[in-house]
Design a protein around this ligand. Structure first.
Ligand SMILES: *Cc1c(COP(=O)(O)O)cnc(C)c1O
Length: 404
């Protein structure tokens, strides 16, 4: 019989020590993220790219390289296979006519966090977890509480008071126990860790403190390559906070290469941050393997306000291994890019995605990007989740008024 998943074991991302994948796990003994490993030889001999092409349009089409063992344990709201859109007008404006956008704004919850939540919650429930707990900058908490509701498990969430307001609503409507904290995501993390230790009955599913969120996020990499006809683009830009998405995309690329599923060199991976919170960009340019906590972090691109990421060393390694780079843009630059993309292409991207567009402009201006390159930007969420980023200053007319 063909197995639904070819998950074989977990591996420490620092020491390569292996761990049992069929019990609930957090980080490794040295406190590093655990990465899921699969029997890729078996996958390569049991499924083809042609067969995958005929499957349903969601991320579970890659189930052999996802951790859920039984198809019946999949908790889904239809996430994945988001469009990869050409941006001919904006691309031409910034001198990269081959620019494309992977639009995660169309996914359940309006942010790509749904991918990590779908796979993370499915696997947690499969392993018998009955409650998940996490700190969040908003979108992850919203996604995990929504998928937890669908799985019938409890969720306990803490987020900064400044996190996008809609994400509070999403947590509350799906029945999460939600707390706000007058601080940053790290402060929320301390509250959650203490509550998990004190109460029992909850798994701490903080960023990279459980192994399966990254597995959901890596499917962005599989989809980009499949949507390009199993070819790689030249460059992928990713708005980097905790870094799970970019680490996941890199992991997906390595897996696909081992599976013989992709043609072409690996794309150069670009980690984009805001100048208001750029620990990974600083570490990259300083030649360091890890970042130091970024002081007084603030950016309008709330999803990438992560002053010190647990997986920073993995982001830096992925960027360096692919000859990529790391770049920070200002809030003004990303807001200008958000407006420019909306006017040229009719796409209302989130501020984090907009940061990547601002980065494309700068990398093209410095010739790091060449005009003929195929460039993919991850728009990680919908602009609809951040209505406050656009100032609406229009006249209100009296009912008997006249439009000039
Ligand atoms: C969380 C988030 C990010 C950052 O994602 P990581 O994978 O943790 O780096 C980017 N954009 C949006 C909209 C987010 O919610």
């Amino acid at each position: 019989m063909r197995a639904y998943s070819s998950l074989s074991h977990l591996e420490c991302s620092r020491t390569s020590k292996t761990y049992d994948a069929d019990v609930v796990q957090g980080t490794s003994e040295v406190g590093a993220p655990l990465l899921a490993r699969y029997d890729l030889e078996r996958v390569a001999s049991t499924v083809t790219r042609e067969e995958i092409a005929g499957r349903g349009p969601d991320l579970w089409r890659y189930h052999e390289v996802l951790p859920v063992r039984e198809a019946g344990n999949v908790v889904t709201l239809g996430e994945g296979m988001t469009p990869l859109l050409d941006l001919p007008a904006y691309g031409k404006q910034v001198g990269v006519p081959g620019l494309k956008m992977k639009d995660e704004g169309l996914i359940p919850t309006g942010a790509f966090k749904a991918r990590g939540a779908a796979v993370g919650v499915s696997r947690a429930a499969e392993l018998g977890v009955t409650g998940i707990a996490m700190p969040t900058n908003g979108n992850a908490g919203a996604a995990w509480s929504i998928y937890a509701a669908r799985a019938g498990i409890r969720s306990l969430i803490a987020m900064p008071v400044d996190a996008p307001e809609i994400t509070r609503t999403e947590c509350v409507v799906s029945g999460a126990e939600l707390y706000l904290v007058d601080g940053l995501i790290g402060d929320a993390g301390k509250l959650i860790a203490a509550a998990v230790a004190g109460r029992g009955g909850y798994q701490d599913v903080s960023t990279l403190k459980e192994p399966y969120r990254i597995e959901g996020k890596k499917t962005m990499g599989y989809e980009i390559v499949e949507q390009l006809g199993w070819r790689t683009p030249d460059v992928i830009l990713y708005p980097t906070g905790g870094g799970v998405g970019i680490i996941g995309i890199y992991k997906a690329l390595l897996e696909m290469r081992e599976l013989g599923w992709l043609t072409g060199d690996l794309p150069r991976l670009v980690a984009v941050q805001s100048t208001g919170c750029a620990p990974i960009v600083e570490a990259f340019h300083a030649g360091k393997a890890e970042s130091t906590a970024f002081p007084d972090a603030y950016t309008i691109a709330f999803g990438i306000t992560v002053p010190k990421a647990l997986g920073d060393f993995l982001v830096l390694a992925a960027v360096r291994a692919t000859n990529g780079t790391a770049i920070a843009v200002t809030d003004e630059e990303l807001l200008a890019a958000q407006a420019a993309v909306a006017r040229a292409e009719g796409a209302f991207v989130c501020p984090e995605g907009a940061a990547c567009f601002a980065a494309v402009e700068q990398l093209r201006a410095s010739n790091w990007l060449a005009e003929d390159e195929n460039v993919v930007v991850l728009n990680t969420g919908s602009g609809l989740k951040y209505p406050g980023t656009v100032t609406v200053d229009v006249p209100t007319l009296p009912v008997d008024g006249r439009i000039p």
